[in-house]
Design a protein around this ligand. Structure first.
Ligand code: CIR
Length: 258
C-alpha cells in the first residue's frame, strides 16, 4: 500500500459568473457554466478516488475566478498562508478562503501589500518551495513568503518566468524526483537535477497535472502526456477540464491539497 501524503482537498464550485473570469485566450471562447459544473464534479470524483476527503465550498458569484482556489492560499504541513493575488479582480477572494482556513489551521499567515503572489506560482518539493516571479507574483510577495517558510523551518527560492501565466502552468512535481517540464523549462539547468518528463508543445496544457498519492491526475485528451507519465510508473486518471482551460486554469488551480 502506498504512503498517503495528502488526505484533504478544498475546492470551490464555479459560479455562473465564471464566464467573466480572466482569460488570455482569444481562440477558445467563453466557458459554458453547465459544462463547468459537470467537469468540476468529475474533478472532485478524481480527487476522492485518490483517497482525499474533499471540502466543497459554495460558489462565490462576486469573484468569477474564485473556483481557482489554489491561487489564494498555500497550505504547508506547518502553516497555511493566505496569498495576495496579483490580479486586482481576484484580491477579495482571500477573505472568502481566510474564513475557511481559520477553522482548520492553527498557524495562519498572510502576504501583505505591496507583495503579490498567486498560489499557482508556488511549487512544493518536500520542504522547499519554488516561486515563479510572474505578472502576478512580485519580488516582495516572494520575499515575504520565503520569510514565512523559514520561520517554520522550510525554504523557498525564486525563478523568473518569461512566457507562461504561472510557474505550474509549465511544471509539475510528481515526487520521487520526477518533474514534468514543458515550454521554457525544457532543458533549464535550474531544474537539471530532476528527472524530466518532457511534454511536447502541442500538449503543453497538460504540463499542469497533479500528483495525489501515487496517482497523477491529468487533463483529458493528451495522449503523449498520458503515455509518458504512465511510463514513469504512475497510475493516471484523466479528467476533462476544457471549460477551465478557457480561463487559463489548469488542474492544480482547482484545489488546495494537504
Ligand atoms: C486567472 O487568470 O487568474 C484565472 N483565470 C486562472 C487562474 C489559474 N490558476 C492557476 O494556474 N493556478
Amino acid at each position: 500500500m502506498s504512503h498517503l501524503v495528502f488526505t484533504n482537498a478544498i475546492v470551490r464550485t464555479p459560479g455562473r459568473s465564471i464566464v467573466e473570469g480572466l482569460s488570455n485566450s482569444i481562440t477558445l471562447g467563453l466557458p459554458n457554466y453547465e459544462q463547468a459544473i459537470i467537469q468540476h464534479q468529475s474533478y472532485i470524483d478524481a480527487l476522492t478516488k485518490c483517497g482525499l476527503d474533499v471540502l466543497v465550498l459554495e460558489p462565490c458569484e462576486e469573484y468569477p475566478d474564485s473556483t481557482f482556489v489554489e491561487d489564494v492560499a498555500l497550505i504547508t504541513p506547518k502553516c497555511a498562508i493566505i496569498t495576495r493575488p496579483g490580479a486586482l479582480s481576484r484580491r477579495g477572494e482571500v477573505h472568502e478562503i481566510e474564513f475557511v482556513l481559520k477553522q482548520r489551521f492553527n498557524n495562519i499567515e498572510a502576504i501583505e501589500a505591496p507583495g503579490t503572489i498567486d498560489g499557482g506560482d508556488i511549487m512544493m518539493v518536500g520542504g522547499h518551495y519554488y516561486i515563479g516571479l510572474s505578472e502576478r507574483t512580485n519580488h516582495e510577495g516572494a520575499k515575504q513568503i520565503i520569510q514565512i517558510l523559514k520561520k517554520y523551518g522550510m525554504s523557498g527560492s525564486t525563478i523568473s518566468l518569461n512566457k507562461v501565466l504561472h510557474l505550474k502552468t509549465s511544471l509539475s512535481y510528481l515526487e520521487k524526483n520526477n518533474l514534468v517540464v514543458s515550454g521554457e523549462f525544457i532543458n533549464d539547468s535550474y531544474f537539471g537535477h530532476y528527472n524530466p518528463i518532457e511534454i511536447p508543445e502541442k500538449e503543453s496544457y497538460a504540463a499542469n497535472c497533479i500528483w495525489v498519492n501515487e496517482t497523477v491526475i491529468i487533463p483529458q485528451g493528451y495522449p503523449t502526456t498520458k503515455q509518458r507519465i504512465t511510463n514513469a510508473g504512475y497510475q493516471v486518471i484523466e479528467t476533462d477540464v476544457s471549460e477551465f482551460k478557457k480561463l487559463d486554469g489548469g488542474l492544480s488551480c482547482l484545489s488546495l491539497r494537504y
